[in-house]
Design a binder for this molecule. Structure first.
Ligand SMILES: C[C@@H]1O[C@H](OP(=O)(O)OP(=O)(O)OC[C@H]2O[C@@H](n3cnc4c(=O)[nH]c(N)nc43)[C@H](O)[C@@H]2O)[C@@H](O)[C@H](O)[C@@H]1O
Length: 427
């Protein structure tokens, strides 16, 4: 099929290259999206296993933003590459990945994706028993992609509306694990002469990818994909600098050293000690309304900080939070009243303007997570994916379960409430 390509005109179009793209419901936050990455990386992993050895599937990384929770409107908030936040070489040790911008360059000036599917739930729900199924149905949300007079489908495409279009578009009602798409792709995606004639990259995009479930939640390949999500060096350095300057925390002392190549890492059973501070993730903003029974008032949060500092014989608390400065001050005042700790015993990470300009809200969140991941003891927010990612990082670092799977209790739950679910690491 490559015979029709001259060397220059379609060098990227070799029979062996297939690309999988995806997008997520726009309202979802950063850490839920990280979870969807793990699902899609596993989909590509399975596709590579099940299709012939020449089928080289690559995962195209969906540019970040704009995200609802990124409030720095003066900074760039959209079309952000993954390399800002993650180490791509490390991701690629699980499945081959490519930034969307780079993928776009493979077929300028316009990229035509042969197949785009918007996943959606079955309107009739799950029914009596769990069953995996897929079916082309009428779209629940008609507005996502529209066919124009040029006979192509047009949609948002990460804000590259003018440069990307789809040749075919369907809504696919889907229920089950992401791998239900493997058989579907193998049966239904054909790379016709027409697609070759137009020199289109063999690619398929699944929008609303969060619709399908993890293939092996908490299993071996879940953790391999998760462990491949090492952060960008710049963010790790910022986090480490904050730890050493303000928290007396270094990897040697804390026993939190990680080998560079995650594929060579071994199970570190309860070996991490962590820095001499309490790490808290205090989720506020929209969460207060979304989870009213489980989000503590600022006073009750302060009470729990005091209680744990005393219990653990520590004097410093680091709080990762999306709370505003007034709320943080309020926590400090309450803590002073309750247990007489001074304001400088409760720390937050607040990068200066120049650094924030480089790392953006997403980078700041990762530094916050990194610092919490290295604490002697961590307390998260109830069912927050932001907290879940910290807990996973602590599993990777080898902390004890007891120091990791804790959560802040709501006002009516007192000082000890049901812990968070334990998702132990698997090697
Ligand atoms: C109510 C629901 O909450 C779900 O959020 P949840 O799982 O906590 O976690 P995320 O999906 O990450 O969304 C929360 C976002 O808020 C900011 N944020 C929250 N906590 C912190 C923090 O401690 N430090 C910093 N720097 N930023 C923080 C950050 O941008 C983060 O990605 C959302 O995914 C859903 O879309 C919905 O909004």
């Amino acid at each position: 099929e490559n015979e029709q390509c001259t060397k220059d005109s379609c060098s990227a179009l070799t029979s062996s290259n297939y690309y999988l793209l995806y997008d997520v419901n726009h309202g979802e936050g950063f850490n839920l999206r990280r979870d969807v990455y793990v699902r899609m990386a596993n989909l590509v992993h399975t596709l590579r296993e099940r299709t012939s050895p020449e089928s080289n599937w690559t995962l195209v990384l969906p540019p970040w933003g704009p995200l609802y929770h990124w409030f720095s409107y003066n900074l760039q908030r959209a079309q952000l590459p993954w390399s800002l936040f993650f180490d791509l070489k490390s991701l690629a040790k699980f499945v081959p990945v490519i930034e969307f911008e780079e993928f776009l360059r493979l077929s300028s000036p316009v990229l035509t994706i042969p197949y785009v599917f918007a996943l959606q739930h079955f309107n009739e729900g799950w029914g009596e028993k769990f069953e995996e199924k897929l079916e082309i149905r009428q779209c629940n949300d008609e507005a996502m992609y529209e066919k124009r007079s040029d006979n192509y489908y047009h949609g948002w495409f990460f804000g590259y509306e003018d440069r990307v279009r789809a040749k075919q578009f369907d809504c696919l009602s889907a229920q089950g694990f992401v791998t239900v798409l493997v058989d579907y792709a193998m049966k239904n995606l054909t790379w016709s002469q027409e697609i070759n004639d137009e020199h289109l990259l063999k690619s398929v995009m699944f929008d609303r990818a969060e619709t399908l479930l993890h293939v092996d939640y908490g299993g071996y390949n879940y953790w391999r994909a998760r462990r491949s999500m090492r952060y960008a060096r710049r963010l790790i350095n910022l986090g480490n600098r904050f730890r050493s300057e303000y928290l007396n925390s270094t990897d040697i002392h804390d026993r939190t050293y990680l080998v560079d190549d995650w594929t060579r890492a071994e199970y570190l059973s309860d070996q991490a000690l962590g820095g001499p501070y309490l790490g808290i993730h205090l989720r506020r903003q929209d969460y207060v309304k979304a989870r009213p029974e489980y989000v503590p008032s600022l006073e009750h949060a302060a009470r729990q900080v005091c209680h744990q500092l005393l219990h653990l014989n520590l004097s410093i608390a680091f709080i990762a939070t999306d709370a505003n400065e007034n709320e943080i001050d309020e926590v400090r005042q309450h803590a002073f009243k309750i247990c007489h700790i001074s304001t400088d015993q409760i720390l937050t990470y607040r990068p200066d303007g120049k650094i924030l300009e480089k790392i953006l809200d997403g980078g700041k969140a990762i530094v916050d997570q990194w610092i919490c991941a290295h604490a002697r003891y961590f307390i998260g927010s109830y069912e927050s994916t932001f907290s879940f990612r910290i807990q996973e990082d602590r599993e990777i670092l080898g902390f004890s379960k007891d120091s990791t799977f804790n959560r802040l209790c709501g006002d009516n739950e007192g000082l000890s409430c049901e812990k968070s679910t334990v998702w132990p690491i698997v090697y």
